[in-house]
Every structure is written in structure tokens, then in C-alpha cells.
Design a protein around this ligand. Sequence first.
Ligand code: F6P
Length: 331
Amino acid sequence: MGLFKAKKEEEVRTIGVLTSGGDAPGMNAAVRAAVRTAVHAGMKVKGIRRGYSGLLEEDFIDMTTRSVSDIIQKGGTILYTARCPEMLRPEGPEKAAYICRKNGIDALVVIGGDGSYRGALEISKHGVNVVAIPGTIDLDVASSDYTIGFDTALNTAMEAIDRVRDTSASHERCSIIEVMGRKAGHIALWCGIANGAEEILIPERYDYEEQNIIDRIAERKKLGKKLHIIINAEGVGDSNGMAKRIEAATGLETRATIIGYIQRGGSPTCRDRVFASAMGARAVDILIAGAENRAICFRKGEFTDIDLAEAIAMKKDIDTELWDISRKLCR
Ligand code: F6P
């Protein structure tokens, strides 16, 4: 039985909400939905600022329906976010759980990526109920086919790459365009297809044989191709160095563009607003229903939730069907 069910009716029921790790467009929509669903059910909400760092420092704000007005369209997170090395040490999660109890926080709603999930699981081992919501532009939360912010980041990167493509075409250049994703190539793969790239380099599949890329560029050049777009996932390596080497080997003017944090900001797309709202609301609904230590997911076209430890144990590859399609289209 969950904490809320276990409590007597007259007891105050309070949830804490935090965003953690890299921010993602749509996090605000999830915060808003969690806060409003909780307030609607008569609960109190403490907003925890700067993720787990703010939790350990008790940086809380009481949140009402009004605290989350006018935020659904905003990028970033009004709760601020941080990466918190202290949570990686055993005393971090224990202290976090103690602080939750001390402040009457019965359950935590954590919005973030893989690392944030692991922090949430560790806190739960010290007796605090947690629900995790997948929030990262990288799409690399294994338990969910959707993560908050991926759609917005993709569209931002796609538009930026179109612009680079225009100028590369005018100058008959090769362009290496680096997108985010230190350990995951989802953004690179989707943009590679959407932007009609000749090469897509992702950490999950790249063989690190640069000569193969050079040979393919030379072949395409011989066939009369004047524009070459290479989408490089951040995790694959140094785009500037690669550009210099490709130019030296092919004689083709080559430039690197690193899109960087531009793709992590900006107003969320409709999909990110709506899906994040559904996930934020579901997190609180399942707490009300007595759930314990769950991960909110979108799987096989449906919103659902699974055990948090199980979610963390899952592994995710890139979409192999999309990868196979890209192999036929990148020419
Ligand atoms: O949030 C995910 C992500 O944007 C990755 O794609 C990237 O590698 C990383 O965060 C960058 O993190 P930071 O903000 O710490 O530089």
C-alpha cells in the first residue's frame, strides 16, 4: 500500500517536485500538470529548486495553482536544474530522504533523465516514495519510447541544419554538423533522415574508421555530388578536427558547425507540451492511487508506468528500423 493510502484522511499530504540533469523543453508543462493535479486533489506541493542539489540544501518553495501560471509555453525549467555529484555518494540519497521526512514530503516527483532516475531509486531505498518522469532531449531513457524535450530539440536542430545546408550548397562544401547526445544518437539519427544527410555518425553504430567516410565522400564527389552533409552526434568526437582531416584528404572545403545548447532551449512543441502534461498528471494520479516507486512511460503508443528499479535496469538501442532506412537513403 502506498504512503498516501496508508495515511489517515486528516493528515497533510505533501509532494515534492524537482527537475534534474540537463533541462528539456516541456519540463515546465510537466511541473504545471503535477502541481495542478496535486492541488486539485487537496495536496500540498513543495517545488524543489536546482534538482537534488536544492533538495540537499532544502531550497523549497510552496507551490500553488498560480505558481505554475504562464509557464506551459516556456523552455527551460522554472524550478532550475543541476547535476548533483553528492547524490552519487551513499550519504547523498540518505540525507535527501531524511530531508524529505523532516519537511513532511511524503513523495517525490522527479523529472529528468537516466542519472536522475538512479538518484530517485537510491532515495526510495531510504523509505521515500518516488515517481520518475522521463525528461531529456536525448531520448535515452530506456523504459519510455518518448522523453520530454526530444521533439522540440529535434525540430530546433532540424531547422538549424536546413540553414547550414543552404549555405553549404551555395559554397559547394562539405559540412559536419554536430548535434547533442553524448551517449545517444537518437537526435543525430532522426535529423540525419529529416535533413537528408549523406553520413550519420552515432555512438551506437560508428566504427571510428574515418577513412571509410573519406572514401565515400571521394566516390560521391566523382559522381558529381557537390554538397555533403555529415551529422555527427556529440558523443562520436571532435567535429572541428574531423573537418580539417576530411578537407585535407578530399580537397573539398569542409566546415564544422556545433549546434550546442540552442537545441536544448526554446518553446516546447505541441507534442512536448501535451505529453509532458499527461506524464505530470499521471505521476500524481498514481500516487493518489497508492503506487510506490514507479517510472512513468510512453510505450507502444500508451502512457503507462512500471517499477522504477525495472525501468533503470532496461537498455535502449537506437531504433534499428530507422537506422536501416537511413542506410538506404544516405547516398
Ligand atoms: O541533457 C542532455 C544533454 O544535453 C546531452 O545531450 C549533452 O551531452 C549533455 O546534456 C550536456 O550537458 P551539460 O549541460 O552538463 O553540458
